[in-house]
Ligand binder design. Structure first.
Ligand code: PAF
Length: 280
């Protein structure tokens, strides 16, 4: 596995892969890799010849009171995991490389970036789209793989790719869960034992809402009610957001639009802010 830390090194590697007729699959990450990331890598390996992973904790997507400084950075373990998964190259850029002095160019997907998570985390998606666009320009992948756990991120990035006619195919991978339903997240590491025991209520609540929809419910109000009631069974969970929205526009819905609905929860549990969602 090649360990690449400069833009020139990545460009040389990418040119070599493409010159020999091999396709490049890209998995951008912030490290602290878990089974969810490994599922992205595995999918990238299935659909491309060479896989490159980036590991970069992107400062511009963290708000001033968020966990940028404490975000886990187990680089050695991450590199070993990539090696084990058959990754061809890992790119670990520095802040100075991604945001050199004088950096002042940002890209923003308007509207979508301000809704649901964006309303709670102003500027977050502007940071995500900016860093991912820059990474796409450096890596020049044929396909990029993201998780549906960050559904809004995926929808925004897909929009950016379409709007800017970027020559990259976007691939989404389903959320990987613990046996009790908790979505895997690097931030689960912040949970105490007691918080960890209550965390699956987020998934249970989404499933309770989904069960109502499967049973024929279409009005959003009773679906919200059942989700809130299930979350209420876990008193350590402090709900930040419960959004039931149209999947393309992320606009709130009064009635469920089958195949077009996203139900998303963001909740605080101790130090962790956890997100999860279900697509209906
Ligand atoms: O999903 C993530 O880990 C990050 O938001 C990403 C896409 C790597 C951009 O920093």
């Amino acid at each position: 596995m090649r360990a690449l830390s400069t833009i020139d090194e990545v460009r040389d590697w990418e040119r070599g892969a493409h010159a020999s007729g091999r396709t490049v699959g890209f998995v951008p990450t912030m490290g602290a890799l878990h089974e969810g990331h490994l599922a992205l890598i595995s999918r990238a390996r299935e659909i491309s010849d060479e896989v490159i992973v980036s590991i970069y904790v992107n400062p511009t997507q963290f708000g001033p009171s968020e966990d940028l400084s404490s975000y886990p950075r187990p680089l050695e373990a991450d590199l070993a995991a990539c090696e084990d998964e058959g990754v061809a190259a890992v790119f670990t850029p520095s802040d100075a490389m991604m945001y050199p002095e004088g950096f002042c160019t940002f890209v923003e997907v308007e509207g979508l970036s301000e809704r649901i998570e964006g309303a709670s985390r102003p500027g977050h998606f502007r940071g995500v789209t900016t860093v991912v666009l820059k990474l796409f320009h450096i890596v020049r992948p044929d396909v990029a793989v993201f998780g549906w756990k960050d559904a809004q991120q995926f929808l925004i990035l897909r929009r950016m790719v379409e709007d800017l006619a970027l020559p990259v195919r976007m691939e989404g991978v389903e959320t990987v869960r613990e046996p009790d339903g908790l979505a895997l997240s690097s931030r689960n590491a912040y949970l105490t034992d007691e918080e960890r025991a209550q965390a699956p209520a987020i998934h249970r609540a989404l499933q309770a809402g989904l069960a109502r929809i499967v049973a024929g419910a279409r009005d959003v109000a009773p679906i919200r009610e059942v989700i809130l009631k299930t979350l209420g069974e876990a008193p350590l969970i402090r709900l930040d957001r419960l959004d039931i929205v149209q999947r393309d526009t992320l606009e709130p819905l009064n009635r469920i639009a089958p195949e077009k609905t996203l139900i998303a929860i963001a909740a605080h549990l101790g130090r962790a802010r956890l997100i999860d969602n279900v697509r209906v």
